[in-house]
Design a protein around this ligand. Structure first.
Ligand SMILES: Nc1nc2c([nH]c(=O)n2[C@H]2C[C@H](O)[C@@H](COP(=O)(O)OP(=O)(O)OP(=O)(O)O)O2)c(=O)[nH]1
Length: 129
C-alpha cells in the first residue's frame, strides 16, 4: 500500500486549538488539523509553514512535535506528524476549508474528526488541553 507523509499543525491559542473542516475530496465534511503532504526536499517544519500559508493565509511558529500517527485507510497508509504551533499574527482566512472552530477540553469531541485524528485528540487531552 502507498504511504503518504503528511504534517498537521495544531495551532494553539488561549487553551484552545484550531480545527478545520475539509472542503473537498474523499474526506469532505470531516474535521482535521490544517496541513498537507510533505514535498520532496522539504523538512516537516518547512512543509507546515508552506501549507498553513496556502490554506489559511497565515504565518505560524512551530513550537514542538506532539505525536506521529500511522493509520491505514482503505487505499493508502497515512504517516502524519503533528506539531503544536502558534500564530505569528492573529489573521487567518479559510482558503480551502469550509469552517474553522477553536476547541477546548470541553468541546474537542464535538466535531466529526477524521479517523486518523482520534488518537491525536487523545494526545491533546492528555498533554495539552
Ligand atoms: N491535513 C491533514 N490531513 C489529514 C488529517 N488527518 C487525516 O487523516 N488526513 C489525511 C487526509 C488526506 O488524505 C491527507 C492529507 O493530504 P492533503 O490532500 O490534504 O494534502 P495536500 O494539502 O498536500 O493536498 P493536495 O495538494 O494533494 O490536494 O491526510 C489532518 O488532521 N490534517
Amino acid at each position: 500500500m502507498k504511504t503518504i507523509h503528511v504534517v498537521a499543525a495544531i495551532i494553539e491559542k488561549d487553551g484552545r486549538v484550531l480545527a478545520t473542516q475539509r472542503g473537498y475530496g474523499d474526506f469532505k465534511g470531516g474535521w482535521e488539523f490544517p496541513g498537507g503532504k510533505v514535498e520532496p526536499g522539504e523538512t516537516e517544519e518547512q512543509a507546515l509553514v508552506r501549507e498553513i500559508h496556502e490554506e489559511l493565509d497565515a504565518r505560524i511558529v512551530v513550537d514542538r512535535h506532539l505525536c506521529t500517527v500511522d493509520y491505514d485507510y482503505e487505499t493508502f497508509h497515512l504517516h502524519m506528524s503533528c506539531y503544536l504551533c502558534s500564530l505569528a499574527e492573529e489573521h487567518i482566512d479559510l482558503i480551502e476549508h469550509t469552517q474553522a472552530r477553536w476547541l477546548d477540553a470541553a468541546t474537542i469531541d464535538s466535531v466529526d474528526w477524521l479517523p486518523a485524528d482520534i488518537s491525536v485528540v487523545e494526545a491533546l487531552k492528555d498533554q495539552v488541553l
